[in-house]
Design a protein. Structure first.
Length: 568
């Protein structure tokens, strides 16, 4: 059975197109020729869309941790060279050369997306192959950067988490288990505790931040955005991605920005079990990953990591666009803006917390963190569903998970099925009426000990614990809206619809529209929203209908009197 499954997956990953199928897709591409030995792709360089082999053969190689080429696959007539990056023209993750004189059908990224939509049955097969190929690259660590450092290093964990949540393959060389890793650290003069990143383009980074790493990998460029988008979506969580999928599928020009990774807080959930249509559950990463691919399929441009610094709500008189300024200085112009920025992690009032963020204190729990905690005791603070899901995941690896809850119990804040699962897990201990009070250790070495207190009795406990996970809620991420005039409720969430008064007295906001015409809010950042994945997706879909109505009204006003286009 396992062998049959492997064969089926291999057939889906490397399908062979028939002559008739190639004829159907020929209108989407152009024929190109490569001489024997000619380079077609190089890791780290901007790739093609999809190359369908008409004659000849293409040899594809991956690079191992030391940059040595290793044969991956050889593709002949009817087979095609492509993976998820091909949808957007991102950097290639493999090397490819013509093994003999070869003719291909070269389908550019935009045309590939058009093909997938126009030829539904073929598009389904091609998309499945692209996804499976990316999954295989991730599993093998092929095509991405090589991270060199101690496996327990919080710096290494931070970078691994960023790459994992963005679905980017990478390899790790642990200094404790690999002699080559130690040599590399010495060769490049790395300081004690530093993490080296060997990029596919040959550059070497010392303890980079996520933005620097993304530029190194070709995930992010400094290209200026000259076009005017119909919709700029700030936040790539479930609400933002849903808005992108529906808006792009209906022909709108869409750009999505997120400062961390696609999926938002939901993307860090180890398993979502109450989402409609998935009776066995699905991880937040898997659900978000599918939406991410789907949005790209319809042509949405997704820019990660990219952080919005300011929204200028005043519209340009020439094109009727508002401006979103990024922290890197670039600007994006859009006729409508969707606030889907969610919320930032709430922090307890504990001394020295900042000293240990990323050095033992985390605000999410993925498979990366869980494995780092293998065989150790950990503390998890929080009593909501996200906390429960994280506790279950961590318990699969940790020796014990201490769950600190300020209330008398979990019934008021956590779904019943999760409570029962926590209670049934032998190595999870729930501490009601408890709060975190002290963190100890040398920041350069990481967290060493944790203390908590019973808020009723005052009794304290101290444990030699090196890992704390904080799931105590979040505050709306709205700082980037500045003094634009967007109205908030008492807790800082964006008010929409009838609950707000528009800045224009003659204008009535739609249900998901803020006090600024053409600025919408969906998901956790919106006042009154239900903090669930399903409702966030529903709001994202519903917002698109309101966006269409607004754009039609804007176009009508501009056609009637260009000067009246400044509706805000």
């Amino acid at each position: 059975m396992a062998e049959d499954t492997r064969k089926t997956r291999s057939g889906q990953m490397y399908p062979v197109l028939t002559t008739a199928e190639i004829a159907r897709i020929a209108r989407f591409g152009e024929k190109r020729r490569f001489a024997r030995g000619e380079s077609i792709l190089r890791v780290g360089e901007a790739g093609h869309g999809m190359l369908v082999v008409l004659s000849g053969r293409i040899d594809v190689r991956r690079r191992d941790a030391l940059g040595v080429g290793v044969a991956l696959v050889s593709e002949g007539p009817g087979e095609f060279l492509a993976e998820i990056a091909s949808l957007s023209g991102r950097a290639a993750l493999v090397d490819a050369d013509a093994a003999e004189d070869t003719e291909v059908l070269d389908i550019a990224p935009g045309r590939l997306r058009a093909l997938i939509i126009a030829e539904a049955d073929l598009g389904e097969r091609i998309t499945r192959a692209l996804i499976l190929r990316r999954v295989a690259l991730i599993e093998a660590g092929v095509g991405g950067p090589v991270l060199v450092g101690a496996a327990q290093s919080p710096h290494l964990g931070r970078l691994r988490n960023f790459l994992q949540r963005n679905g980017h393959p990478h390899q790790v060389l642990d200094t404790a288990a690999n002699a080559d890793a130690v040599v590399l650290l010495e060769q490049f003069g790395a300081a004690r505790g530093e993490v080296l990143v060997l990029c596919p383009d040959g550059s070497v980074l010392h303890d980079p931040d996520e933005m620097t790493l993304a530029r190194c990998l070709g995930m992010l460029t400094m290209t200026e955005y000259a076009q005017v988008f119909d919709v700029a979506i700030v936040g790539a969580g479930p609400a933002g991605l849903a808005t992108a999928v529906y808006a792009a599928s209906e022909g709108l020009r869409v750009v999505v920005l997120d400062c961390r990774a696609f999926g938002g807080q939901a993307g860090a959930s180890s398993r979502i079990e109450n989402y409609l249509g998935f009776p066995t559950g699905i991880s937040g990463q898997a659900l978000a990953g599918r939406a991410y691919v789907q949005a790209q399929k319809f042509g949405a441009e997704i820019v990660i990591p990219a952080q919005a610094a300011r929204l200028e709500c005043r519209r340009d008189g020439r094109d009727g666009a508002m401006h979103v300024t990024l922290t890197d200085g670039r600007g994006i112009k859009a006729r409508t803006v969707v606030i889907a920025s969610g919320a930032r992690y709430r922090k307890p009032d504990v001394a020295r917390l900042a000293d240990f963020e990323g050095r033992g204190v985390s605000y999410w729990a993925s498979a990366v963190e869980a494995k780092v905690c293998a065989g150790e005791e950990v503390v998890l603070v929080g009593g909501g569903n996200s906390a429960g899901q994280a506790a279950v995941l961590l318990a699969q690896h940790a020796a014990r998970v201490h769950v600190l809850v300020r209330r008398d119990g979990l019934a008021a804040t956590m779904s019943r099925y999760l409570i029962e699962r926590l209670q049934a897990t032998a190595n999870i201990t729930i501490h009601p009426n408890s709060e975190l009070v002290e963190l100890e250790g040398d920041p350069s070495q990481g967290l060493a000990a944790v203390s908590w207190r019973d808020v009723k009795s005052g009794a304290r406990e101290r444990h030699d614990i090196r890992h704390v996970f904080l799931f105590i809620g979040a505050d709306p991420e709205t700082g980037w809206l500045g003094d634009c005039g967007v109205a908030y409720d008492a807790k800082g969430f964006v008010v929409t619809g009838r609950a707000t008064t528009c800045t224009l007295k003659t204008y009535t906001p739609a249900l998901l529209e803020s006090s600024i015409p053409g600025v919408f809010a969906v998901g956790d950042v919106r006042s009154g929203s239900v903090k669930r994945v399903g409702s966030a997706i529903g709001e994202g879909a519903a917002a698109v209908a309101e966006i269409h109505q607004f754009l039609a009204q804007l176009d009508s006003m501009r056609a009637a009197a260009p000067a009246a286009a400044a509706v805000a």
